[in-house]
Design a protein around this ligand. Structure first.
Ligand code: F6P
Length: 357
């Protein structure tokens, strides 16, 4: 038996842990593992792949990125924006299928987020033996309580806020930290609470910058002369604008820049010195945390189990401390967003964090 594995979409810490888990579990069954390079692109003729042996993957657990490479654009990009789905062309699917058939792949493990799993679903519907593994630092897939990479990203945000805190206090400034989070504000919310932010601005909760400025002035009046603001890149400005980079290099639009805009407005509205800082891809790089390593390994082992049982069209999922599976269809159906009045948001409010409502 042969298992294929590919990583698709934006990378995140923990991808190598999944590969480690897959190769280890498959080896126990006496199965061969083929790793395709640069996502689905590696399936295109003549095929860009390597045979993965346990000795090749033993030291990769602690490494960020992915030894296989990944791609979030190209011939297989399934989502071009929120809700907009682009089918992969029949010609490309047929070409890629030839590689699968020639290599005699019995199961293909697709490690990806919402967009890549949508491509996986299309291929499954066309008869491919697909098993999905959820991956996104944004942690916004509906059918799993957590994805690996998220915890590592949150740690980076917390480290950033700890550093901004001291310089903000020294200069009595407002510091605005822009973090990732395309549709969902989980990174901003978790990172903001754990890093001691005073204001958190999310895609899920519309905010008013006049009210945020008022909040900052009140803090000043109470003797708190510095304020930490965390804003998710996918939050909308009060006029409804989503802030993006000009260049769209294929695939989904590139978000970024809301931190600067929020900082400029707050500076004008409060009269306080304000600085913006964007964490960007620092959140996606570096070594995975222990939690993400364990989650990645468990996801990889479960993916092999699903392949062994012939449970294709299923995606590994984490619910109530248990790794199981759901149909990929269910998984890509709905994004998991922050509930504005959910327990976590209420806990943040209870400790004085302001959402700018
Ligand atoms: O979806 C994951 C994500 O990290 C988003 O939070 C971010 O907008 C995007 O990927 C960045 O992608 P790229 O690597 O293409 O800049």
């Amino acid at each position: 038996m042969k298992i294929g594995i590919l990583n698709s979409g934006g990378d995140c810490p923990g991808l190598n842990a999944v590969i480690h888990g897959v190769v280890g579990a498959a080896h126990q069954l006496g199965w061969e593992v083929i790793g395709f390079r640069d996502g689905f692109e590696g399936l295109l003729p003549p095929g860009d792949y390597c045979v993965l042996q346990p000795q090749d993957t033993i030291d990769i657990l602690k490494l960020g990125g992915t030894i296989l490479g990944s791609s979030n654009k190209g011939h297989f990009a399934a989502k071009v924006g929120k809700g907009d789905i682009a089918e992969v062309s029949a010609e490309i699917v047929a070409k890629a299928k030839r590689t699968i058939d020639q290599l005699g792949i019995n199961a293909l493990i697709v490690v990806g987020g919402d967009g890549s799993l949508t491509t996986g679903l299309q291929l499954y519907r066309e008869g491919w033996p697909i098993v999905g593994v959820p991956k996104t630092i944004d942690n916004d897939l509906g059918a799993t309580a957590m994805t690996f990479g998220f915890n590592s990203a949150v740690e980076t945000v917390v480290d950033g806020l700890d550093r901004l805190h001291t310089t903000a206090e020294s200069h009595k400034r407002v510091m605005v930290l822009e973090v990732m989070g395309r549709h969902a504000g989980w990174i901003a919310l978790w990172g903001g609470i754990a890093g001691g932010a005073n204001v958190i601005l999310l895609p899920e909760i519309p905010f008013d910058l006049n009210k945020v400025a008022q909040f900052i002035k009140q803090r000043d009046a109470q003797g708190c002369h510095s304020t930490l603001v965390v804003v998710a890149e996918g939050a909308s400005m009060p006029n409804g604008e989503i802030v993006t980079h000009d260049a769209n290099c294929g695939g989904e639009v590139r978000l970024g820049g809301i931190g600067e805009q929020v900082a400029n407005s707050l500076s004008k509205l409060t009269g306080k010195e304000t600085r913006a800082c964007t964490l960007g891809h620092l959140q996606r790089g570096g070594a995975p945390t222990a939690l993400d390593r364990i989650l990645g390994v468990r996801f990889g082992v479960m993916a092999v189990k699903l392949a062994e049982q012939g449970q294709f069209g299923r995606m590994v999922s984490y619910q109530s401390y248990h790794v199981g599976s759901v149909s990929i269809e269910e998984a890509v159906h709905q994004l998991r967003l922050v509930e504005p009045d959910g327990e976590l948001a209420q806990a943040a409010r209870a400790i004085g964090i302001y959402f700018g409502e």
